[in-house]
Design a protein around this ligand. Structure first.
Ligand SMILES: *[C@@H]1O[C@H](CO)[C@@H](O)[C@H](O)[C@H]1NC(C)=O
Ligand SMILES: *[C@@H]1O[C@H](CO)[C@@H](O)[C@H](O)[C@H]1NC(C)=O
Ligand SMILES: *[C@@H]1O[C@H](CO)[C@@H](O)[C@H](O)[C@H]1NC(C)=O
Ligand SMILES: *[C@@H]1O[C@H](CO)[C@@H](O)[C@H](O)[C@H]1NC(C)=O
Ligand SMILES: *[C@@H]1O[C@H](CO)[C@@H](O)[C@H](O)[C@H]1NC(C)=O
Length: 510
C-alpha cells in the first residue's frame, strides 16, 4: 500500500546520512528453504477497477478517493484487473512468481456488507483464484484492505461500532466457505495499525476522520483510533475462532494479521531517546500485536492513552491471545525517534500525541520520491518480532521501492532496493527468524494509497494514457524473474507451525 510514512503532524525532517547497506551481497533462490515462498501482490481497490460494474457497491476507499483525496485519483479503473487478470497472471508466470497476494473487495462479493452474495463477484474471485492455481501460483488472500463497504460505514460507523464483528465474521465465513478449499493463507486486516491511525487520528486515508476540522469534516482523534483498533482486534479474533472451529481441520489453512512497521533508531543515545524508541515500537507494533500474543495492550500505550483506549474483558483477552497463525509485516523504511514529551499535553491529543515522540524519517541523499536503501531495518524488524514475540511465523507481505510513475523502465533504484532487502531477509533467516515468505510490493503500478498515480512501486508500468492500459516490463521484473528462475513452482505447502521459544517481552532494546 505504501508511502504512508508521511505522518502529518508526526514528522518530518530530512537528514543527510551515509546510506548503510547491510545484508548478504551474493545469494540465490536456493539459499532460501524450498518451502519459503517468494511472490508479489496487490489489493482489490488498487488493482481491479470496474468499481461500479457487475453489482459492486462503493467502499469507504471509493468515497474517500472521490472526495478529492488520494492525490485527486481514484480506483474506478485502476489497472482494470477485473478484466485483465488472465493476462496479468501470464506476466506473473514470466516473472517466476511462486505466490501472489490479493485482497477481496467485500463490497464486490457482498454489496451491502451483509446479505446476499453477488454471484458475479463470486465468479470473479473463483476465476482469479483458479487461474493463479492453474499457473502454479499460490494465492494468499487478505479479507480487508482499507475497503470496508460504505453501506456499513453509513449504517453504524464501520469499525467504530461493535456491530462490525458480526458482519465481518459473516463475510469471512462466505470467503472461507467459497474459496477456502483452494486458499490456505488468509489475512484478516491489512496494515491495521496504519488504517486506524491514518483513518481516525490523521484523516489521511479512508474513512478520513480526525479532530482537526480544517482537514476532516468528522471524527475525534482522541479516542476513535483506539476504538477502531480495538474492534479490529475483536473482529479478527472472532474470524479466527470461526476458522478454527469450522474450517481449519478440513481446509488446513492459516489465518494471520498484518501491520505496517518501520525500523526505529534512537535520534541520539540520550536515555530519553532510547526509551522513546521502545515506546515507538510499543505504539506501532505492540499496540495491536501484544494483544494477539500476550492478551493485552502494552503498559506504555495504556498509560498514555488512559481512558481513551478501551479495555478487554477477561474473556476477550483470552479469545484474542494466541489468535494468529502468523504475523504479516509490511516494511519500507527506517526512522529516527526523538523524545517529545510536550505533545503528550496537546488538547484533543490522540495516538500521535500519546506517542510523545517525533518520528524522523531517514532519507540521506536519496531523492524525495524514493526510499533510502536501509535493509538493516528489515533485519531489525524481523529480529525484534523474533525476540519479543517468541518467534511466531512471519510473512513479509509488502516491501518495495517507490519511484515516480511513468519514469524510466530502467528502474535500477528498485533493483538495488530488492537486492539489498532480500539479502537482509536471508541474514535474518540465517539468524533464526521464523520468516516464511516475501511478497514484493507491487506487481503492477496501481493506485497508491496517498499519492494516487503520482508514484509507483510496480514491476510493470501500466500506461494510463493508453485505452488498453498496456503493461510494460521494468528492469526490476527481469531481476526478480532471474532471481526466482529455476525454482519449480510446485504448489508445495508451507507449514506455518507455532514459534517454539517462550515469548519474552522487551528483550531487544535495553
Ligand atoms: C473527543 O473525545 C474526547 C474523549 O475521548 C472528549 O473529551 C472530546 O470532547 C471529544 N471531542 C469532540 C470534538 O467531540
Ligand atoms: C469518543 O469520546 C466522545 C466524548 O466522550 C464520545 O462522545 C464518543 O462517542 C467517543 N467515540 C466513540 C467512537 O465511542
Ligand atoms: C549510539 O551509540 C552506538 C554504540 O556506541 C553508536 O554506534 C551510535 O552511533 C550512537 N548513536 C548516536 C546517534 O550517536
Ligand atoms: C507518461 O509519459 C508520456 C511520455 O513522456 C507522456 O506523454 C504522458 O503524458 C505521461 N502520462 C502520465 C499519466 O503521466
Ligand atoms: C541472532 O539471534 C540471537 C538469538 O535470538 C540473538 O541473541 C542475537 O542478537 C542475534 N544476532 C544479531 C546480529 O541480531
Amino acid at each position: 500500500m505504501s508511502e504512508i510514512s508521511l505522518y502529518i503532524g508526526l514528522l518530518s525532517l530530512v537528514l543527510h546520512l551515509p546510506v548503510a547497506v547491510h545484508g548478504v551481497d551474493h545469494y540465490s533462490r536456493t539459499d532460501f528453504p524450498a518451502d519459503f515462498v517468494f511472490g508479489s501482490g496487490t489489493s482489490a481497490y488498487q488493482y481491479e477497477g470496474a468499481a461500479s460494474e457487475d453489482g459492486r457497491s462503493p467502499s469507504i476507499w471509493d468515497t474517500f478517493a472521490h472526495s478529492g483525496h488520494t492525490n485527486g485519483a481514484n480506483g474506478d479503473i485502476a489497472c482494470d484487473g477485473y478484466h485483465k487478470y488472465k493476462d496479468d497472471i501470464q506476466l506473473m508466470v514470466e516473472t517466476n512468481l511462486e505466490a501472489f497476494r490479493i485482497s477481496i473487495s467485500w463490497s464486490r462479493l457482498i454489496p451491502n456488507g451483509r446479505g446476499p452474495i453477488n454471484q458475479k463477484g463470486l465468479h470473479y474471485y473463483n476465476n482469479l483464484i483458479d487461474e493463479l492455481i492453474s499457473c502454479g501460483i499460490q494465492p494468499h488472500v487478505t479479507l480487508n484492505h482499507i475497503d470496508l463497504p460504505q453501506a456499513l460505514e453509513d449504517e453504524y460507523g464501520g469499525w467504530l461500532s461493535r456491530k462490525i464483528l458480526k458482519d465481518f465474521t459473516a463475510y469471512a465465513d462466505v470467503c472461507f466457505r467459497e474459496f477456502g478449499d483452494r486458499v490456505l493463507y488468509w489475512t484478516t486486516v491489512n496494515e491495521a495499525n496504519i488504517f486506524a491511525v491514518g483513518g481516525y487520528d490523521q484523516g489521511i486515508i479512508a474513512p478520513g476522520r480526525c479532530s482537526d476540522r480544517t482537514r476532516c469534516s468528522w471524527g475525534n482523534s482522541s479516542n476513535e483510533t483506539y476504538i477502531a483498533g480495538h474492534n479490529i482486534l475483536l473482529a479478527h479474533a472472532a474470524v479466527v475462532r470461526l476458522y478454527r472451529a469450522k474450517y481449519q481441520a478440513i481446509q488446513k489453512g492459516y489465518v494471520g494479521f498484518n501491520i505496517y512497521t518501520m525500523w526505529f533508531e534512537p535520534y541520539t543515545n540520550a536515555t530519553e531517546d532510547l526509551i522513546a524508541t521502545q515506546r515507538a515500537n510499543d505504539f506501532f507494533i505492540g499496540w495491536l500485536i501484544d494483544p494477539l500474543i500476550f492478551g493485552d495492550y502494552p503498559e506504555t500505550v495504556k498509560k498514555n492513552a488512559q481512558t481513551r483506549i478501551p479495555t478487554f474483558t477477561k474473556l476477550e483477552s483470552e479469545q484474542i491471545k494466541g489468535s494468529v497463525d502468523f504475523i504479516g509485516v509490511n516494511h519500507y523504511t527506517t526512522a529516527f525517534v526523538k523524545d517529545n514529551p510536550s505533545i503528550l499535553e496537546a488538547d484533543n491529543g490522540g495516538f500521535s500525541a500519546d506517542l510523545a515522540a517525533q518520528i524522523i524519517e531517514q532519507q540521506g541523499d536519496t531523492p524525495q520520491d524514493q526510499y533510502p536503501v536501509l535493509p538493516s531495518g528489515l533485519y531489525g524488524v524481523l529480529e525484534y518480532l523474533k525476540q519479543v514475540y517468541g518467534n511466531q511465523p512471519v510473512y513479509i507481505h509488502e516491501n518495495g521501492q517507490m519511484t515516480r510513475r511513468n519514469g524510466t523502465l530502467n528502474d535500477t533504484p528498485r533493483v538495488e532496493y530488492f537486492q539489498a532487502y532480500i539479502g537482509s531477509l536471508l541474514d535474518a533467516l540465517r539468524n533464526g527468524s521464523n520468516v516464511k515468505g516475501y511478497f514484493a510490493w507491487t506487481f503492477l503500478d496501481g493506485l497508491e494509497l496517498l499519492d494516487g498515480y503520482g508514484t509507483s512501486f510496480g514491476f510493470y508500468y501500466v500506461d494510463l494514457d493508453d485505452k488498453d492500459l498496456r503493461r510494460y516490463q521494468k528492469l526490476s521484473a527481469r531481476w526478480y524473474a532471474s532471481f526466482l528462475k529455476g525454482k519449480t513452482r510446485s504448489n508445495s505447502i508451507t507449514e506455518v507451525g507455532k514459534g517454539t521459544s517462550v515469548p519474552l517481552r522487551y528483550q531487544f532494546i535495553q
